[in-house]
Write a protein that binds this ligand. Structure first.
Ligand code: 9D3
Length: 253
C-alpha cells in the first residue's frame, strides 16, 4: 500500500517513520510513505502557506492553493482509487475498523493541518473524509497521521513476524489484553500467577482468555457489548466475577 502525507513538517514525519514496526514495513517495501510540503507549492517569494482568517479572530488559516498543489502532486504519485483523508479535530473518530478498511485501499492521502485550521473550501473540494484520533486538542495533524499510518502498517501482510500475526488471530480480538509477566518469579513478595509456570498450555490459554474477558468487563464494558460472547466465554467471565467477589469479601475480614 502507498500512503502520501501533506504536511508543513515533513521532517517530523520522516524521523518518526524510521523506527520500529513501521520502519521495518518501509524497509521491506510492504508499505511506501511519501511526504509533500505545501510550502513547495507556494507561489510568492516568501513561500506563504497561511493567512489571517476572514471575519477576524486569532490565529492563522492554511491557504487553499499551496495545500491543493501539494495534495494533487501527492495524488499523482498514488494509484487510482486512492482516498483523501483530512485529519481534523472534528472528524470521525478513528478506530480499528477504519484502519482495517483503509488497509485494503490501494493508496491513502493524509492531509495534516496546522494553526487554527484549513480553508474550508480545500476540505470540501479536495478531500473525501475527515478523521480525528480522539477528543483532545493537539497542535496539528502530524501526530494523528503517524497514528493512522502505524495502525494501518501493522495490518499489511508481511509487516509483522509470523509469531506476532499469529497472536493477532487469537481471541485477543475485540478484548483488552491479559496481564503479562516476565522474570523474576517474585518482585517484593508479589509472585507470578502459578498457572503461567504450570506448563499446562490449555490451562494457560483458558486463564488468559478469562483475564482478557474480566478486564474488558471491568475497564471497557462497551467493547464487550459490541463484541458479544460465546457460551464458553460467558462461563469464564461468570467465574471471574465470582472469584473477584470472593476476593473482595476476604479483604473485608
Ligand atoms: C484550540 C483550537 N480549537 C478552537 C476551538 C480548534 C482546533 C484547531 C486546530 C483544534 C485542534 C487543532 C489542531 N488539531 C488537529 O489538526 C487534529 C486533531 C486534534 O487536535 N485532536 C484529535 N485528532 C486530530 S486530527 C487533527
Amino acid at each position: 500500500m502507498r500512503i502520501a502525507v501533506v504536511s508543513l513538517f515533513p521532517l517530523m514525519l520522516r524521523e518518526a517513520l524510521g523506527h520500529g514496526v513501521v520502519g521495518r514495513a518501509l524497509e521491506r517495501g510492504v508499505l511506501g510513505v511519501e511526504c509533500f510540503d505545501p510550502r513547495d507549492h507556494a507561489t510568492d517569494v516568501h513561500r506563504t502557506v497561511d493567512d489571517r482568517p476572514y471575519g477576524g479572530g486569532p490565529g492563522m488559516v492554511l491557504k487553499v492553493e499551496p495545500l491543493r498543489g501539494a495534495s494533487r502532486a501527492a495524488m499523482a504519485r498514488l494509484p487510482p482509487g486512492s482516498r483523501r483523508v483530512y485529519l481534523g479535530a472534528d472528524g470521525r473518530r478513528f478506530e480499528q475498523s477504519m484502519a482495517r478498511e483503509a488497509s485494503e485501499w490501494p493508496g491513502l492521502l493524509l492531509v495534516a493541518g496546522r494553526y487554527e485550521g484549513v480553508d474550508e473550501r480545500f476540505i470540501e473540494r479536495e478531500t473525501d473524509e475527515q478523521w480525528s484520533i480522539g477528543d483532545y486538542v493537539l497542535s496539528g495533524g502530524e501526530l494523528p497521521a503517524l497514528v493512522v499510518i502505524d495502525a494501518i502498517a501493522r495490518l499489511m501482510p508481511g509487516t509483522l513476524g509470523s509469531a506476532e500475526s499469529a497472536e493477532q488471530e487469537s481471541f485477543g480480538d475485540g478484548l483488552v489484553d491479559w496481564p503479562h509477566y516476565t522474570r523474576p518469579a517474585s518482585v517484593d513478595g508479589h509472585a507470578v500467577p502459578a498457572v503461567l509456570s504450570s506448563g499446562d498450555h490449555v490451562a494457560i490459554r483458558r486463564w488468559r482468555l478469562q483475564q482478557a474477558l474480566g478486564r474488558t468487563w471491568l475497564r471497557r464494558p462497551e467493547l464487550l457489548e459490541r463484541r458479544g460472547m460465546s457460551r464458553e466465554e460467558r462461563a469464564l467471565l461468570d467465574e471471574f466475577k465470582i472469584e473477584r467477589a470472593n476476593r473482595a469479601e476476604r479483604a473485608e475480614d
